[in-house]
Design a protein around this ligand. Structure first.
Ligand code: F0G
Length: 468
């Protein structure tokens, strides 16, 4: 076992451990198979509809599920809950400027609040927004504002077996072809995500970000970064890209952001907090527009839907997030789980990404057609086996094409085991791996699901299913 803890550094064969000790504990509840059978049926075979009290190990998401540090909890006591001009906002603003380098900051309640402000401020009906694969809420806001989204990620991102080190990279040829086809004036910005969630938490390289900047500069197109997991992206650059091994994560993050004109942020991930987000920009006009809109949708421009204490915890979380020991253990824990699954030849997206293991449901259940929702099925089966909660990232998440009304049929049909930050131990990963193996051993008898209720927007959150 010791070698599995070494994160690939086989030469010294020394284990590593979580770089923290536990000060407060939250007991976990185990359930019987009968209880789980009832709970998942009542939840319409949708893990989003389970009660968390019925869940044993919760790998639904890494969003808002982090454990805060003692320093962050201490910071919560320093909340300045003034409606206007909270001192925590100015501290947060200064911290974002220092670590991300943008000039103007608008706080929001979470990432999609920032996406809404950016989309409404920058997009006109009939516009086109290219991006390195879609994210559900991000694309929703772009389409809601009247734009058409175009996936310009490299082809390797759609291949779960490709070992490309930067599967999040933008294909410059695809981007140029879109510019040639619709014209630069119809492209308000390129939406560049780091790391790419729907591709499996795959990073984008510094070289690619630089090249996209050069291409966009030639055509006068702006770039907005989805910085939700940009710190995790920085680790991959440090590990894999020439010239960055001796640069700090903070230096890499700052350079990476310098190739964009602004960013949307879900602080619920990299920032190690349970709620919060922001929009940042270097564009004074866009800032004025977004700062005006924020009071309509989120709250005053010095809190944007967050309490003062939340902003303080976020500022401290940003400082903690660029600590290399922390981020190595974060990504290392996911790699550890990947190594366990690999022993049993269980199919998942390779290389292992920054925040989750994405099981490849197409190869897991080759006999289940995509219309029977294999990834949704796997999430339900995993819950039934052990009470572990995961999430579908396939045809259900992809939704319907607004033009044709048909299902979008993504190549990637994945079940995501998302690891919260600083919450679970390596022993939990052992339990997770064994449960996935149990499902794999029993895969032949599984038939899939039928969708019996489908909401209009972001259907994966609330859709209901029945067993075939
Ligand atoms: N961008 C990315 C890349 C995300 O992963 C998310 C959220 C958002 C934007 C939206 O942020 O939730 O704060 O409004 N992802 C969560 C997940 C929900 O589980 O992957 P939000």
């Amino acid at each position: 076992m010791a070698t599995l803890h070494t994160m690939g550094q086989q030469q010294d064969r020394r284990s590593w451990a979580e770089p923290f000790k536990i000060k407060v504990v939250e007991p976990l509840r185990t359930t019987t198979h009968g209880e789980r059978e009832k709970a998942i049926r009542e939840a319409g075979y949708n893990t989003f509809l389970l009660h968390s009290s019925d869940v044993y190990i919760d790998l639904l998401t890494d969003s808002g599920t982090s454990a805060m540090s003692d320093r962050q909890w201490a910071g919560m006591m320093m909340g300045d809950e003034a409606y206007a001009g909270s001192s925590n906002f100015y501290r947060l603003e200064a911290t974002i400027r220092k670590f991300y380098g943008y000039k103007y900051i608008v706080p929001t309640h979470q990432g999609r609040g920032a996406e809404n402000l950016l989309s409404q401020s920058a997009i006109k009906p009939g516009d086109h927004v290219p991006g390195n694969m879609y994210f559900t809420t991000t694309r929703f806001h772009q389409e809601h504002a009247g734009a058409t989204f175009h996936d310009v990620i490299i082809d390797e991102a759609h291949d779960t077996t490709s070992l490309h080190p930067f599967k999040g990279d933008i294909d410059l040829g695809k981007l140029q072809a879109l510019i040639d086809r619709v014209g630069a004036k119809k492209i308000p910005y390129v939406c560049m995500a780091a790391t790419v969630n729907m591709a499996g938490g795959q990073p984008i390289s510094m070289g690619n970000a630089r090249a996209v900047r050069a291409l966009c500069d030639k055509h006068g197109i702006k770039i907005y970064l989805d910085a939700t997991r940009a710190v995790e992206n920085a680790l991959f650059i440090q590990e894999r890209e020439e010239g960055y091994a001796s640069r700090t994560l903070a230096e890499i993050l700052l350079e990476f952001c310098s190739y964009s004109d602004g960013a949307t942020m879900s602080g619920k991930k990299d920032h190690l907090v349970n709620i919060g987000g922001w929009l940042a920009t270097n564009d004074k006009d866009l800032f004025e527009e977004a700062r005006n809109l924020v009071v309509v949708y989120e709250g005053l421009h010095t809190y944007g839907g967050m309490a003062g204490r939340d902003m303080e915890a976020m500022a401290i979380g940003i400082e903690e997030s660029v600590n290399v020991d922390y981020i190595k253990s974060r990504v290392g824990q996911i790699r550890y789980l990947g190594e366990l699954l690999d022993q049993w030849k269980i199919p998942f997206v390779k290389p292992v990404g920054g925040h989750a293991i994405f099981l490849d449901a197409r190869r897991f259940y080759p006999h289940v057609p995509q219309d029977a929702f294999p990834a949704q099925t796997l999430a339900a089966e995993l819950y039934l086996d052990s009470g572990i909660r995961s999430m579908e990232r396939g045809i259900v998440s992809a939704g319907r094409d607004p033009a044709t009304g048909d299902h979008r049929r993504p190549k990637l049909e994945l079940t995501r085991l998302t690891i919260p930050r600083r919450v679970y131990t390596q022993a939990h990963m052992d339990v997770v791996a064994e449960s996935v193996k149990a499902c794999y051993d029993h895969r032949d008898g599984v038939k899939g699901l039928d969708m019996v209720y489908e909401p209009k927007y972001l259907r994966f959150f609330q859709a209901r299913f029945e067993r075939r």
